[in-house]
Design a binder for this molecule. Structure first.
Ligand SMILES: [Zn+2]
Length: 388
């Protein structure tokens, strides 16, 4: 599923506070659902749906919220309950017992309670809160997705710089893709953002590094203004807090835009893209790696690879990362090496190349095996001519 975020503009103060009320109501319903589950043993999803109806009868403001949005709120509660059960079953240390939310920032609508104008320039919220019509502020690609794709959900999110609508859809738009005859295997790494089998690296851009320095500065500014035990904190503290939040948002967006552009570029210039499936949750546990990983927005990147692959009818494959950096791409010999070893030198066949390029070659071969295509020595489907 793909999410496109659009800014909601040109609303009056009253309209925005109507959105706030809807968000508060969604939070209220979610918390009520958690409460019910805590209080009565054996509460299931069906009971929560029933609770939805009861709440609407009991509280007039709950009735104002669109009925499917009410359902979405209890589904949220159910998600946190279900994942709590799942963690218990797995015997994980941190069980994450469902708790009440105090500062929800969003409300989720399904397919009703809102209406997008035929040109996708405005959206109208039609439920009991009567938030009314807002302009949709976004780029053309996003607008086209809103016009052409089937929207499954609309989330209204309050952020540091205003209100946004997130449109969620399945990527089933089709476009004519240009076929190039190229295949690519991508190693997603720490030193580079990606490196392919031809030794071509994409580096994480300087402007994002710069933005991160800005972020650190703002964080220091904030912590200087924090007075321990003071309640409430000073005006200046809150000013600094909001400033920091805005910088965070800006970086998030820049990073996302950059990841999307990279993904678009790679899928546009190749017919087959193979990348390795990363268990990011596992890797973030390792503190040394953590920063670079979350920085690099890999997850977003891989999601957009899939997205463009679907749209342009190209093959995008994820392979398991096991041994991709250890196996020799020349002879297949497995040789263990530390993360700090930057070159791959094979004791068996004497191959000496960059470790990431070696990994990219292995990844590409793995992907080709899945697809059932022979891949050898950089030629794709022309194995016989290379030898005779
Ligand atoms: Zn070798």
């Amino acid at each position: 599923m793909i999410v496109r975020e659009v800014k909601l503009k040109n609303g009056t103060k009253e309209q925005y506070s109507a959105l706030d009320e809807a968000i508060l109501t969604a939070q209220f319903i979610r918390n009520k659902a958690v409460r019910l589950w805590m209080d009565s043993k054996g509460t299931g999803k069906a009971d929560l749906y029933k609770l939805c109806k009861d709440l609407a009868k009991e509280f007039p403001f709950a009735k104002k919220l669109n009925s499917s949005a009410r359902q979405a709120s209890v589904e949220r509660a159910w998600n946190s309950i279900a994942s709590f059960y799942a963690r218990c079953k797995k015997g994980e240390k941190k069980k994450g017992y469902p708790t009440f939310k105090k500062h929800c920032r969003s409300v989720e609508y399904k397919v009703s309670g809102w209406k997008v104008s035929p040109d996708a320039m405005t959206i109208n919220f039609t439920d009991g809160f009567e938030a009314g019509t807002f302009s949709l502020f976004c780029n053309n690609e996003t607008r086209e997705d809103i016009l052409t794709l089937k929207i499954n959900r609309v989330r209204v999110v309050r952020k540091a710089d205003g209100y946004h609508a997130q449109f969620c859809f399945d990527a089933d738009r089709k476009e004519e893709g240009e076929y190039t005859g190229n295949v690519v295997g991508l190693d997603i790494g720490l030193k580079y953002f990606t490196k392919d089998q031809n030794d071509i690296a994409v580096v994480y851009p300087q402007f994002l590094r710069k933005a991160e320095r800005q972020l650190k500065k703002a964080q220091r500014r904030l912590s200087k203004k924090f007075v321990k035990g003071a309640k409430p904190q000073s005006q200046n503290y809150h000013k600094a807090r909001k400033g920091l939040a805005k910088i965070h948002l800006k970086i998030q967006r820049q990073r996302k835009d950059w990841a999307i552009k990279q993904a678009r570029c790679v899928v546009a210039s190749n017919d087959v893209v193979v990348y390795e499936y990363l268990k990011i949750a596992n890797m973030v546990k390792n503190h040394h790696l953590a920063k670079s990983i979350s920085d690099a927005a890999w997850y977003q990147y891989t999601q957009w690879l899939d997205y463009y692959g679907k749209i342009w009818d190209k093959v995008v494959v994820a392979v398991s990362p096991n041994y991709t950096s250890q196996d020799c791409s020349g002879c297949g010999q497995r040789a263990k090496k530390a993360l700090s070893t930057r070159t791959h030198s094979c004791p068996c066949c004497g191959l000496e190349i960059c470790r990431d390029t070696n990994a990219a070659l292995n990844i590409l071969r793995k992907g080709m095996n899945i697809l059932g295509v022979e891949y050898q020595n950089g030629t794709f489907g022309q194995k016989e001519s290379a030898h005779d």
